[in-house]
Design a protein around this ligand. Structure first.
Ligand SMILES: Cc1cc2nc3c(=O)[nH]c(=O)nc-3n(C[C@H](O)[C@H](O)[C@H](O)COP(=O)(O)OP(=O)(O)OC[C@H]3O[C@@H](n4cnc5c(N)ncnc54)[C@H](O)[C@@H]3O)c2cc1C
Ligand SMILES: NC(=O)c1ccc[n+]([C@@H]2O[C@H](COP(=O)([O-])OP(=O)(O)OC[C@H]3O[C@@H](n4cnc5c(N)ncnc54)[C@H](O)[C@@H]3O)[C@@H](O)[C@H]2O)c1
Length: 491
């Protein structure tokens, strides 16, 4: 039973509503909130904790683990502040602060928010059960069916995917940490192997290293390989400075463990044996479509739920009035909280608009279109240095057939020099030469997270370079990098 069950509307009370949302993560919550704002009633079916992965095992706890030691590292870069840092981070205090951000894994606050927003929360496992119907299995095993007058939205998120490595395959893989165990860890292991150097692997490898673990990071290629290559290089350098043993182009062959909690061994394809107290497997996630009843409407249960630009499911005949929608990680598109919530707002709004017979604005950048999913996905990887990006990488722009010009430079402006001694940063601007607008930007460097929104506005606004020139960065800030990028371009 969930701690906040008494604040949750019991399932049997609800048999019909306008919109049923399966999955109460950040995305499902936002779909429901927008639908209610549009005058509809909405039920969210949640099997675990309202708020989803993001609130309890992903964004919030991981960032809470990262931020304190980033502040320490920032102080160490500043003579005058550096001298006041007289010891290592207090790991117990960091973990306690992390606990406060997850509300001790109690979703009572979220349930209260939902109730206040006129959203009905039903505890249980939801499955599509044919057109406009959702079957809910309550925690006690009781089953009920909710009819949706307008729409069913699948927002079930994603689950970790294990690589085909001996000892990790099969129904009972070697005990190890996934991102859940890492972000909710009760203590910092003396040594930690991290398999996978994507966003989860990199953020958590550095976080645990800075909290006192001896960390080995095993990357099958380079670090953060979905980003511009330079980003991964700079993060690898910083990791090494933090004492992380970074293994690039390493292939994992087998994993084993002494008992359930003894030391864990990771054998690489070249025969190298790595041993540590704990192993974090962070090799990606897959859409949670397995047990959601998509087969009852003829959709596959082993692939992401494909959707159009209004979030309506494709692959089944929905006519003029779609009833099945998907949003968030389950769609496989940009698995990020802020992008999922952006889609959620469009989905909630479009369901309400269609219900009222209003015109749907689904053209590029229309109110009901999720155009940014294709053209302006933003992401911050909270390593130190942060890796922040929006839109297309240079390679993606080329693949898209654009005639591009790429401007690269080190971030070395008055603002960055003042920000930290020895500030190391890098910027890339990708310009569509035919339209003379920016289609992609990457910044790598301490505290560039707050800089990326300027780039997002430039990309989404399709601001011509000649007009961007008149956006004057304040002196002395790291934003002066914009002026240098435009000068390097030739303005
Ligand atoms: C370690 C880590 C750190 C991350 N950090 C960031 C970050 O800093 N910034 C960022 O933007 N993104 C981050 N992400 C990604 C982010 O967590 C996801 O993109 C986001 O949670 C997706 O939201 P969602 O609502 O689609 O899915 P989820 O948050 O996964 O929520 C889905 C919900 O559906 C429920 N559910 C599933 N199946 C059913 C069912 N059949 N019936 C009822 N309920 C069901 C689940 O219990 C869950 O509550 C991180 C991910 C990880 C793993
Ligand atoms: N700050 C953020 O925004 C943030 C933080 C964490 C996670 N996320 C989201 O969560 C999603 C999942 O993150 P993730 O890091 O698990 O996935 P990912 O897809 O970003 O990275 C997985 C990595 O594992 C590697 N890999 C796969 N098989 C391997 C193997 N056998 N051996 C070694 N490496 C292997 C891949 O090459 C890849 O680099 C991301 O797509 C991201 O959108 C976002």
């Amino acid at each position: 039973m969930h701690p906040s069950d008494e604040r949750t509307t019991p399932a049997p009370d609800v048999t019909e509503t306008d919109v049923v949302v399966i999955g109460g993560g950040p995305v499902g919550e936002n779909v429901a909130a927008r639908a209610v704002r549009g005058g509809l009633s909405a039920v969210v079916v949640e099997t675990e904790l309202l708020g989803g992965e993001c609130s309890y095992w992903a964004c919030m706890p991981s960032k809470a683990l990262i931020r304190p030691t980033q502040a320490l590292a920032a102080a160490r870069r500043l003579p005058g502040a550096r001298e006041a840092v007289t010891g290592p981070a207090n790991a117990a205090a960091v973990l306690a602060r992390r606990d406060s951000f997850t509300s001790g894994w109690d979703d009572g606050g979220q349930v209260e928010w939902a109730v206040g927003a006129d959203i009905t929360v039903v505890r249980g496992h939801g499955r599509v059960a044919g057109e406009k119907r959702v079957e809910v299995t309550a925690p006690d095993g009781a089953t009920t069916t909710i009819a949706a007058r307008r729409a069913v939205v699948v927002a079930t998120g994603s689950t970790p995917s294990l690589p085909p490595v001996d000892g990790l395959r099969g129904p009972s893989p070697t005990p190890h940490w996934g991102s859940r165990e890492a972000t909710s860890a009760a203590e910092v292991p003396a040594s930690l192997l991290v398999l996978g150097a994507g966003v989860v692997g990199c953020e958590l490898a550095q976080a645990f290293a800075r909290l006192g673990s001896r960390v080995t990071l095993v990357a099958s290629s380079t670090l953060l390989s979905k980003n511009e290559a330079k980003a991964g290089e700079l993060v690898a350098d910083a990791m090494r400075d933090d004492g992380v043993d970074v293994r690039l182009h390493a292939k994992a062959a087998a994993v084993s463990r002494e008992g359930d909690s003894g030391p864990v061994t990771l054998v690489l394809a070249d025969g190298t044996s790595l041993v540590a107290d704990e192993l974090l497997v962070a090799t990606g996630r897959r859409p949670a479509v397995g047990d959601v009843g998509l087969d009852t409407v003829g959709l596959p249960t082993d692939a992401a739920l494909a959707v159009d630009t209004t979030g309506a499911a494709t692959g089944l005949d929905q006519g003029e009035q779609p009833w099945l929608y998907g949003a968030g990680d389950v769609t496989g598109d940009a698995p990020l909280t802020h992008m999922g919530k952006y889609v959620a707002r469009a989905v909630g709004d479009v369901i309400a608009a269609r219900a009222k017979g209003q015109e749907v604005a689904d053209g590029a950048w229309g109110a009901h279109a999720t155009t940014a999913q294709q053209r302006a996905v933003t992401q911050v990887t909270f390593t130190d240095p942060e890796v922040t990006s929006v839109g297309l990488t240079a390679a993606a722009a080329e693949r898209a057939g654009l005639r591009t010009r790429v401007v690269d430079l080190d971030i070395a402006v008055a603002g960055s020099a003042l920000h930290a001694d020895g500030y190391t940063g890098w910027a890339r601007m990708v310009v569509d030469e035919d339209r003379r607008v920016v289609v992609g930007v990457t910044f790598v460097g301490p505290d560039t997270a707050e800089l990326i929104h300027s780039a997002t506005v430039a990309v989404v606004g399709e601001v011509p370079l000649e007009r961007l020139w008149h956006a004057v960065p304040s002196y002395p800030t790291i934003s002066e990098v914009w002026l240098r990028l435009l000068e390097a371009y030739g303005l």
